[in-house]
Design a protein around this ligand. Structure first.
Ligand code: MG
Length: 489
């Protein structure tokens, strides 16, 4: 697997980037924390390969007689590498009995293995020696055909500039630098200590916006590893690659979710207990609800007058509730809502285009925090009278969702059916996650008006979709739609 830039620029949004793909696990100084291994040993490289680590990090020094060595500290067993010649250095043995590896011997073995190489150019006392070390390292990696598998890291600004200019490969800076400044000095990304990111969590978004890759060291505890996964690190550098790989695997396993959309007909046909029971019976993760009142005074739904439907339903279902006003209605509001099993990081409401001057409509979008990932869930209810209005509204909601930096779901009452331009324009960009069952009117359904869509298409699969049998005395004039979906993050 080659190291690559993992962000995807969005055509529409320009500066928005999709949350990073699955992070790559970098075995810090190889997998040295394994039996028979040692830091920066060839054994540690082989061990990292044997467990399928994505990459191996190694540290490079140059000896007084221009031989490249792999070691972390400037000294090994009291012998200073920069100031010693290869005759002296060749006699040194690592903790596991191996000779102190030359870069040449290390790369010879790496050639036959799979992990990528993250080569750290160490900070030498003399910058001119660094220049020689960088040039010789790049040449050796080129000669051994390892260029495509190599990226570089360094604390040294001098080596950083040389690597950016000469290597033609991704270069990440190890010295904590503000994203804007990092962008100014060039290079492909940041490789900072986890404490730097914890102190400056806004740097995750800033780095992504600048199209910089994010590497984090040295991440060993489960809590720290999860922090990196949840924040969309591109690379996690760790002394425990097996644990890191296991946690990445778990976080990126396909997730099943239950998504529901339900037009409640402003509570005319049922009280809050019944509507809540209808929702709770399905145990959904997210519910998009339409025709939702807050503190109204309707003759048709006297039993619900004065209630805030979202908070009533949230309370009864044990979910979080969020409201989006479409219009003022009597003493209160009429609009749409979201019920979620997960807390929201951000909720936004947009007024939909309304060229026909019809009843105002809304789109409610939330970013929600799942245990390992973020996901966007949105609810809408489109106009039903004017062609041009509904067409523009359908485009608007699809455009908004396809700008999402996270996998996104859109659910609601679209007042349109399959084959009509409104639904087809959304389906051009998003995947339909419902079946063909008709949803309205609930007693003798004529049309399917209620849909669930996912973006990007390839991240979502429909496992099954449930629409109850038509019946008299339903709780609403729409039937609810409940989809079991599989999300790939
Ligand atoms: Mg290092």
């Amino acid at each position: 697997m080659n190291l690559r830039l993992l962000s995807f620029a969005f055509a529409v949004a320009g500066t928005l980037t999709m949350s990073a793909a699955r992070p790559q696990v970098v075995a810090h100084r190889g997998y040295w924390n394994a039996p028979g291994s040692a830091q920066n040993s060839i054994r540690a490289l082989v061990k990292a390969d044997s467990i399928g680590a994505d990459a191996v990090e190694l540290d490079v020094w140059i000896s007084a007689d221009n031989v490249l060595y792999v070691n972390h500290d400037p000294d090994f067993k009291g012998v200073n590498i920069e100031k010693s010649d290869s005759e002296t250095l060749s006699k040194l043995r690592l903790a596991n009995g191996e000779p102190l590896p030359t870069l040449d011997s290390y790369l010879e073995v790496a050639k036959g293995l799979k992990p990528d190489l993250v080569v750290e150019m160490k900070t030498h006392t003399d910058p001119k020696r660094e220049d020689v070390a960088v040039e010789k390292t790049i040449n050796m990696i080129t000669e051994k055909g390892l260029t495509d598998r190599t990226s570089y890291i360094t604390f040294s600004r001098n080596s950083f500039d040389n690597l950016v200019a000469m290597s033609g490969r991704p270069v990440q800076f190890l010295s904590a630098t503000e994203p804007a400044m990092l962008d100014k000095i060039g290079g492909d990304g940041a490789d900072y200590h986890i404490s730097v990111y914890r102190t400056n969590p806004q740097w995750f978004d800033e780095l992504r916006a600048l199209d910089k890759t994010i590497n984090i060291w040295t991440v060993n505890s489960p809590a720290d590893l999860k922090y990196c996964i949840n924040h969309g690190a591109d690379f996690i550098t760790t002394d425990d690659p097996e644990l890191a790989m296991q946690l990445v695997e778990e976080a990126y396993a396909p997730k099943e979710m239950k998504i529901m959309t339900y037009n409640l007909r402003f509570g005319e046909l049922a009280d809050m207990d019944r509507l809540a029971a209808e929702i709770k019976a399905h145990n959904p993760d997210f519910v998009a609800i339409q025709e939702v009142d807050v503190n109204t005074n309707r003759a048709a739904s006297k039993h619900n007058n004065g209630l805030n439907y979202v908070t009533e339903l949230a309370q009864r279902t044990g979910m979080f509730g969020y409201y989006g006003r479409a219009i003022d209605f009597g003493p209160g509001y009429y609009g749409i809502g979201i019920l979620s099993r997960y807390p929201a990081e951000k909720i936004e409401k947009f007024e939909l285009p309304n060229p026909g001057n019809e009843e105002p409509r809304a789109l409610l979008i939330g970013t929600f925090e799942l245990p390992d990932h973020k996901i966007v869930f949105a609810c809408t209810h489109l106009d039903y009278r004017d062609h041009d209005t509904r067409k523009k509204q359908a485009r608007f909601v699809a455009d908004k969702l396809t700008q999402s930096p996270y996998p996104a779901l859109l659910a609601g009452d679209f007042n349109a059916t399959n084959g009509q331009i409104y639904i087809e324009s959304i389906k051009a960009k998003m995947k339909e996650l419902t079946n063909d069952r008709k949803t309205w009117p609930a007693d003798v359904p004529q049309d399917k008006l209620d849909f669930i869509f996912g973006y990007p298409k390839e991240n979502f699969q429909l496992k099954s979709c449930f629409v109850p049998e038509p019946a008299q005395n339903t709780a609403s004039d729409h039937l609810p739609v409940v989809s079991d979906i599989i999300v790939n993050f």
